[in-house]
Design a protein around this ligand. Structure first.
Ligand code: ATP
Ligand code: MG
Length: 335
């Protein structure tokens, strides 16, 4: 008997993750490709590409396959998907592997088609897709096929997806293009306005992860950062506090909370009562922002729980759905 190889893919805006049922998560790398500016040849992919970018002159540029969950560059998407698929399935492939890929819930059918085509280009026709909030819920340990309402909020880099799930499908949802990247940009804008300092995306992300919080009371810390003074244009080092991040992140956080409230308002009453009982489950790395769970719970009146390893919920969920495809026919569809 020839066993078909199985593979799960979660291609995100900032990270790509690959898994195999029973083996777990095998790849967790930045979704970035380094290109030679002169001829657009691929120089490196993943961690190696990211490391190159910080330290090489400007003839090497960064390309990301996705922006806000949709394909920004088809060739790059194909290249990164093929590179990691080959890395994981190194043995000879007689039959095309069976692939489960997550897709954002809020994309158009054309955008979804482009993701499916890129995945098929690794050499298979056997592709299933699962909407990311369903995969996230499965990976967070929720029995999604049961007739209970569960609410997921997945905050990635490019999108925040909110969904109420019941009987293996999405009942009400919203996807907004406000997530980790928007938080970084809000920090950049804030520092420019308050301190006349221009900082890069990497610095902004570091500030968010190391000292960022929704409420400065959580643990007021500070961090020294360097940038360029916007008036003198000279390099400068300043100190940023948690309180600064709280101010800077007000708008993106407000937008995420607003979207959650709207989904709650559009949830049928019987399921809404389940959500109140079970709470909102947070997944995605962006959800790790300190204080977000508490604030969300306070403003919605619904308990909020952080999933275990929130960044891996989607890929774990893809593995579960692929391994038990018969049980998740309502959630994962053949592309
Ligand atoms: N401790 C942290 N606190 C706040 N944000 C964090 C933390 N750790 C990582 N992040 C942010 O999480 C985001 C990445 O999350 P994740 O890996 O879930 O995204 P993704 O799946 O690649 O993107 P998407 O699902 O939007 O396509 C980045 O914006 C990163 O800065
Ligand atoms: Mg994601």
């Amino acid at each position: 008997m020839i066993l078909r190889q199985q593979l799960s893919i979660d291609l995100g805006t900032s990270n790509i993750r690959l898994g195999i049922p029973k083996k777990g998560i095998l790849i967790n790398e930045p979704a970035v490709v380094a290109l030679d500016r002169s001829n657009y040849k691929i120089m490196a992919i993943g961690e190696e590409a990211r490391d190159m970018l910080g330290k090489t002159p400007s003839d090497i540029i960064a390309a990301k396959p996705l922006k806000n969950g949709v394909i920004a560059n088809y060739r790059i998407t194909e290249a990164i998907t093929k590179y990691y698929t080959d890395k994981v399935l190194h043995n000879i492939r007689l039959l095309g592997p069976e692939i489960m890929s997550s897709v954002p819930a809020g994309i158009t059918s054309t955008e979804r088609r482009a993701i499916i085509d890129a995945i098929k280009s690794v050499g298979t026709n056997n592709v299933y897709i699962i909407k990311a909030p369903l995969a996230a819920a499965l990976g967070a340990g929720i029995a999604i096929a049961e007739p209970h309402g569960n609410m997921i909020l997945d905050i990635g880099a490019g999108t925040s997806e909110i969904a109420v799930i019941s009987l293996g499908n999405i009942v009400s949802n919203s996807s907004i293009r406000v997530a980790g990247d928007s938080m970084d940009h809000a920090i950049i804008d804030y520092i420019r306005k308050k301190y006349n300092l221009s900082v890069g995306e990497k610095t902004a992300e570091k500030i968010k992860i190391e000292i960022g919080a929704i409420s400065p009371q959580i643990d007021n810390k500070s961090i020294e950062i360097s940038g360029n003074n916007t008036i003198s244009e000279l390099p400068e080092i300043i100190s940023i506090t948690t309180e600064d991040t709280t101010d800077a992140l007000k708008n993106p956080v407000k937008e995420i909370i607003h979207a959650v409230k709207q989904v709650l308002q559009h949830t049928p009453p019987e399921l809404a009562s389940d959500v109140i009982d079970r709470g909102i489950i947070l997944t995605g790395s962006g959800a790790k922002l300190r204080g977000l769970d508490e604030l969300l719970s306070r403003v919605t009146g619904v308990p909020v729980h952080m999933a275990e390893d929130p960044e891996f919920c989607v890929i774990k969920g893809c593995n579960i759905a692929l391994e038990n495809i018969e049980s998740y026919k309502r959630s994962a569809i053949k592309a």
